[in-house]
Ligand binder design. Sequence first.
Ligand code: HEM
Length: 488
Amino acid sequence: VLQQVLFKGPNTPPMVFHLLPVIGSTVTYGIDPFKFFFDCQRKYGDVYTFILLGRKVTVYLGKHGNQFILNGKLKDVNAEEIYSVLTTPVFGKDVIYDVPNAKFMEQKKLIKYGLASGSLRTYVSLMEDEVRSFLKRTPAFKGSSGTVNLPPLMAQITLFTASRSLQGKEVRQKLDSTFAAYYKALDDGFQPINFMLPWFPLPQNRKRNAAQRKMTQVYTKIINERRKRGDPKDSEDMIWNLMQCRYKDGTPIPDHEIAHLMIALLMAGQHSSSVTSSWIMLHLAAQPEMMEELYREQLRVLGNPANLLTYENIQEMPLLRNVIRETLRLHPPIHSIMRKVKNPLPIEGTTWVVPPSHVLLAAPATMGKDDAYFPNADIWDPHRWESIGDPMDQEKEKADYGYGVVPTGADSTYLPFGAGRHRCIGEHFALQQLTIVASVMVRTFRLRNAEGKKGVVTTDYSSLFSRPMEPAEVMWERRSENFSKQDL
Ligand code: HEM
């Protein structure tokens, strides 16, 4: 009671009880954010404020909360003031959160053109080839069976498939040499600590800054060489697409901005897709009968498991689609979406006003873990989606608006890709990548939990993207190359 009186204004939401002033709830939130959200929801309802390293963070859960935060007006809620301390040193200047929102929305729109179905179609064979060749050349998958710690391998597969398709052939070639080291150094500087304590002179920040400069040079060199050679556009990679784009006022995108956008896409897509593919494989290892069902679906669509994927046939795999959907429900890579409050924001139906000193936090993923919306929410059951249908259909349509015009689409219990003006633009790319990776894995291997392991590992929330706690080992066994007709 004393705390509520001392630290909470008369009209502000309830304050989560804590003992230490600056630390507040940082530790409980950091260890397991979902447990924290649900525990507080039981005590305080959908709206409450907690202390995160000295900052007052107001959580607003449920559909109203998503609507309030994700579709808040631009003058009221702001993303760049929160995220830029983390992203600008990694992506570089003049893009994403380093520019006014109107310019970022233009950049998003231009990227989205480059991620349209025409490009995605050309990526299918590149991605499949990349997964197959990775499985062939990687020592951990040599022989007929073995045990592997999956996440680092899935991270590599994700990086190779994204590089080969979205990033273009030059980046893919460099990935075998210098580029991988730059990526690692950048990634080491893309951690919660960089977000929470951006002013702290961490030793890895120098390496991160150097890697950012080097990577920018790599991209600008690629752009210049393409121009110098007078090459006609020969692929649908994003570098080509951005080189041909113009801002609304007719100016082309400067080379350094293309470079920085390419870095942003690399970093934004890598972790969320990679952790999702790990979770998919870990669940299949824990439920091998689901893996066999998926294998049968592959045979039904492809006829022969050695046949190649196409843009058309990957749309005909409803079970695989549901496996991905269900995995994103139970293991959303992003648990917290934050915005800076810019004006006092009254909360409808209450006397509370969220003041501009607060940060707002939306956690749409909590609904995916709530029995009220998804019965037996803890159980991973891809078949549940057969009766629910495609929750994203409506979302997808709404998401195709011109950015900055009518931000909508928060009224769903399933928002793994967010909603509103900051909604993900990588969704279709990620779903295609996950489908292709899973399809090749399912056709190549049978998976089982490693000896003595039951169920699926717990979640590690210590990085920016929730990921499987390592070691996350599974046993793999190669499927017979000569499958028999009766498998069909
Ligand atoms: C935004 C999730 C893959 C690029 C977002 C947001 C979410 C999300 C929840 C909203 C963030 C916010 O409102 O603050 C995911 C998941 C993915 C995925 C679950 C994979 C399973 C990708 C990929 C790319 C990408 C592959 C790039 C190729 C972006 C970008 C934004 C975004 C550029 C916009 C941020 C903004 O407007 O502020 N993503 N994402 N994402 N994502 Fe993704």
